[in-house]
Design a protein around this ligand. Sequence first.
Ligand SMILES: Nc1ncnc2c1ncn2[C@@H]1O[C@H](COP(=O)(O)OP(=O)(O)OP(=O)(O)O)[C@@H](O)[C@H]1O
Ligand SMILES: [Mg+2]
Length: 436
Amino acid sequence: MLSVSICGTILVIGLVAAAASFWFAFEEARDLQDDELREIAWLVSPGDAKVLSSQGGFKQADEPGMRIWVLKVSKLATRLVTPDLTLTLPGELSDGLHTIDSHGESWRIYIRPMSAEYGLAVAQRTSARDEIARDSALRTLIPLLAVIPVLIILAGILIRILLRKVQQLSAEVDRRGDTDLAPLVAEGAPSEILPFVSSTNRLLGRLQSAISQQRQFVADAAHELRSPVTAMTLQLENAMTVEGTSDAVLARLAPLGKSISRMRSLVEQLLMLAEREAGPPTVSHDIDAKVVVIDVLGEIFPFADSKDIDLGLDVGESLTIQGGQEDFRALVRNAIDNAVLYTPPGGKVDVRLYREGNAAVFEVEDSGPGIPHEELPRVFDAFYRVVGSGQPGSGLGLTIVRSAAARLGGKVSLHTIASRGKTGLRFVYAQEVVDA
Ligand SMILES: Nc1ncnc2c1ncn2[C@@H]1O[C@H](COP(=O)(O)OP(=O)(O)OP(=O)(O)O)[C@@H](O)[C@H]1O
Ligand SMILES: [Mg+2]
């Protein structure tokens, strides 16, 4: 995650900077302490040094361990003894600074020559020096350590502000339907993410045009196929009505007739789907749902009658919905078509149109075999057919229904009925009513 890695980087850099700053401040403090030893040694005048007892003395400090000792040291001496302190030197020490070990303690010592016989030694325990240096180095860290959490909080807030627009855009994309490829609105987006929004919009544009081309191709192909299929139907009818055609030839032409009619229905369905998807957006106007349902039912009635299907109609008041009339007609036609087609002869199909709350509900319930639950989500896919339905079809009917419903702004659902020995399918379409 971006915020975690940025905050982690700030933390690591901050800690490294703190460590470096501590180290430099520590070394600096030690140099200052060396300077202090040197200064003390050089503040003692030769006269004072002469009178300084060999026992020496110390610079007053709060803690005895912190004391700085000023000692007169004979050139040949290896032990400096005072009532408070005994220092053993490793040998004759040259002038300048040294670090020595004496009686298990480490000492920093500065030797200043005073005469041929003696010099001046200014000494301090290194443990005390290190403690002072550490304390002063730690004090330099306080502002830096205080800044790190402030920086981390600020970085987190800035990243959240920067990414808020990205989150809004991704939520908008998630809310969209499958067919909505409209450009993303970049208004209010930080300039850093504008190039990304522009590239996404260019990609959506290219996708939209590729899909349109593909849909147009299908629409053109279906349209072009219509004339030869109609011609084939007519030629076949002519061939079958020629006088003197033997029964054997007629028997062979019959399956051809079935294939041509299947092909014609496929072309019609393809064209209907392509027109739904490739055509310009439908002009929305008021549709009297009752009139359309009765009209479509009238068209399908002869087919239902030929199958001895009891086709019932229950429409009450007129209900007005808004959208493209052809979309609603295609939806109603395919729903009733399916019910009559897949219900075995002698069955029952009930068509209802009623108002529920603010919605017009169009419902088709049949007494056919229904659709197995696991197949329900798939039957809306193009060319998907349930195996073993035993009826001819192209598998495009429900795809047309879904596409039409999306354009109309309604909701379609299928419910398999399987209770108390009853089977069937209930098709439900609901869309908001336009009140006059
Ligand atoms: N009322 C129904 N009862 C039982 N099965 C159905 C019903 N409606 C649809 N189906 C199943 O769903 C499948 C898909 O239906 P759809 O209408 O999309 O295609 P089709 O009827 O096979 O072909 P088309 O409608 O394009 O001529 C069908 O093949 C059928 O198996
Ligand atoms: Mg169908």
